[in-house]
Design a protein around this ligand. Structure first.
Ligand code: PHE
Length: 464
């Protein structure tokens, strides 16, 4: 009991909102959202995404935050506290961040590398063919930079909920937002004439992004866009991996959960949409429509450096701002991943924060070294059910995102919708006297629509 009263908590709701938004805003917002939007009919994708955010996203996010606040437990122990037979769900929920952390830190190391490259004025080199591949296939540097990133994350989490997570989110998230806006505005001013004399502008790129494209609109295509938007939203909100339960457990009992959840979603969606305004016009102006065919690491570490190089001198400055922004996004996400595990260890084994952080950091270092070696000493190729060719990083990503996360999310819907009943969550949200709103929608969502949609997503991951 004493442990519970001593539990850390966020000082205020701004701290909570920014920390949770810090988790939600991550690499996915920057390297996947714009790509999907460009591929899936621009404005149409945006509209579907926003509608899903208000319904499906709202349901999943408020559920997890409320579970955290109600149980005052970390993911590992929260499910068991809600219902004694559901302890196992906590174990899977806690396993997911443990799988994600190592590869997220390996990518964090790549971001540090590119930031350093631009700070030292070597952006041109990063734009050359083969630069990225030769960087990740080296044995030393990626491991070293991964360690730098991971130790920074461990240090923030070690400082605790207030002095570490809350303070760093309060500083980094506003800066991140300002950087995204600056780069986005700059992207709109771009005009470029290529070797064949064709001029393309950033504003034309913006049109492709925002104007809905209904050509070849079929039911099948609509369904694909819907699934893309849902998969992206699901990953982007950092749900189904215990993070929002852990953060929710640090929220004061008198805080207005509904308002906070809305703010987190607005922040996350705004950054994703702005990332599109930042990336699509720039890529379109310098590389045309085909330039948008890349997503993920190849967009961030291969295509964009080429775009920055084509901008001339100013490209180096844009590169610095861009990778600083990405670094902040990745750092605050990685912090939330580590915190989900650390809080679980603290609650389950009643150990101190220092011990929990040290223990998990050692495990993450070992696994992350393996991830880095996956591009050289331990290189192999495997085909995933999704059709992609994978190395160690992709396999971990597949297991966590495509297999375990849908399982936890579906399980959470069943537990709340059918076992402990939606009223548990609604009462938790409304205990401060605030109205939850969208209550009927919430009930239908958590019991029927969300689990069915998640199940379809899960089947897609399995390759059906
Ligand atoms: N939600 C983050 C994004 O959109 C990613 C993330 C994954 C954060 C896993 C935490 C844990 O990029």
């Amino acid at each position: 009991m004493e442990k519970e009263t001593k539990r850390n908590s966020f000082k205020g709701s701004i701290g909570f909102v920014l920390a949770a938004a810090g988790s939600a805003v991550g690499l996915g917002n920057i390297w996947r959202f714009p790509y999907l939007a460009a591929r899936d009919g621009g404005g149409m994708f945006l509209v579907i995404y926003i509608v899903l955010a208000l319904t499906f996203g709202f349901t999943l996010l408020i559920t997890e935050v409320a579970i955290g606040r109600k149980t005052k437990q970390s993911p590992l122990t929260a499910y068991g506290k809600l219902h004694s037979k559901w302890k196992g769900m906590g174990i899977i929920a806690c396993l997911i961040p443990a799988i994600i952390l190592p590869y997220y830190c390996a990518i964090g190391g790549w971001v540090v590398k590119y930031l350093l490259v631009y700070i030292t004025g070597h952006g041109e080199e990063a734009a050359q063919d083969g630069y990225f591949t030769s960087f990740i296939s080296a044995t030393g540097e990626p491991i070293l930079l991964m360690l730098v990133f991971l130790l920074a994350v461990a240090f923030i989490v070690f400082r605790g909920v207030n002095k570490g997570i809350e303070s760093c989110s309060k500083i980094l998230m506003p800066i991140l937002l300002v950087l995204v806006v600056i780069i986005a505005v700059f992207a709109l001013t771009i005009s470029h004439t290529d070797d064949s004399g064709v001029t393309r502008t950033g504003l034309q790129g913006l049109q492709i992004y925002l104007v809905p494209d209904f050509t070849d609109m079929t039911v099948a295509r609509f369904f694909r866009v819907l699934l893309d938007a849902m998969g992206q939203l699901f990953f982007s909100l950092s749900v189904a991996m215990g993070i929002m339960i852990a953060y929710g457990s640090y929220v004061h009992d008198d805080a207005n959960l509904k308002k906070s959840v809305n703010q987190i979603e607005i922040f996350d969606t705004a950054v994703a949409v702005l990332a599109g305004v930042m990336i699509i016009p720039a890529v379109y102006a310098f590389a045309g429509k085909e330039g948008m065919d890349a997503s993920g690491p190849s967009l961030m570490f291969i295509s964009l450096p080429k775009v920055f190089a084509a901008m001339g001198k100013i490209g180096n400055i844009v590169g610095i701002l861009f990778f600083a922004m990405v670094l902040f996004a990745a750092l605050t996400s990685a912090v939330s991943i580590l915190e989900a595990i650390v809080s679980s260890f603290m609650d389950q084994f009643h150990i101190s924060r220092v011990k929990a952080v040290s223990f998990e950091t050692v495990i993450a270092v070992v696994m992350a070294v393996l991830v880095c070696l996956g591009y050289n000493r331990l290189y192999f190729e495997v085909k995933l059910p999704t059709g992609a060719t994978a190395q160690i990083l992709d396999i971990l990503d597949y297991i966590s995102n495509n297999l375990l996360m849908p399982v936890v999310a579906i399980g959470t819907c069943i537990l709340i919708g059918w076992v402990v009943k939606p009223k548990t969550i609604i009462d938790e949200v409304e205990k401060t006297g605030c109205k939850m709103g969208r209550k009927q929608l919430y009930k239908v969502m958590i019991r029927f629509i969300a689990p069915v949609l998640l199940f379809i997503l899960f089947l897609k991951s399995l390759g059906f």
